[in-house]
Structure formats: structure tokens, C-alpha cells
Design a protein around this ligand. Sequence first.
Ligand code: ZN
Length: 119
Amino acid sequence: MDAAPQTVQSVQPLRVRRRRTPLPVDVPQLTEARRSYAQCRVLGHAWQHVGRADGAQSFGAYGFVSQCSCGTERTKWIVGSGRTAKARYKYPSDYAARGEDALSAQQWRRVLIVSLGYE
Ligand SMILES: [Zn+2]
């Protein structure tokens, strides 16, 4: 996983929302691999375009493959007219935990803040 994002000058939030409930104090215990997914979970994947998909024209569409450093791969399908078909994703095996290992969006945001050393 990449290092912490660089600090860049940016606009400030319009307003800071008051929390109705306090943030959870504890950060879920995650493996290093799962903790490294926090940035993508919160900020979205940083796609690197890597090329065309094999067999792209088999159903009249062209596939374009992109990869993220977290291990996720996306193939976008575009037909000749410019219309798109549903993109397909391949995730690392432990990217989507279920049951008690699943984290809420807020928990992922908390993991990101703590793992970057802000708190
Ligand atoms: Zn990613």
C-alpha cells in the first residue's frame, strides 16, 4: 500500500457537522493488509490504466483494464457506439469482509485517520 497521502493545499470544508454520537474510541483490530485498504475504502481507488482486456470484442465491446495499488482490478466495457456495459471488479480475497469482520463506513474513516497518525 502506498504511504500516507501527501499534504496539499486545499479548500476547507464548508462547515463541520456536529456529531450526534461520539466517535468510537477503539479502532478495529485489522491485519496490516486490511488496514491498508482504508484509503481506498474512504477516498476511492486510485486507478492506473494498464491496457486492453483480452477477448475484448467477443461480445461487441472493448474492455479497458485499470488497477489500483490495493490489488483491485477494474475492467470497463465500452461498445463501439460509446455506450457502456457494467464494469467488472476483482478484489483481493480479504477486501470485502463479511459478518463480524465487516466495518461500517465510519469505522473505515476512523481507521484511516488513526493509521495516518492524526490521532
Ligand atoms: Zn484501491
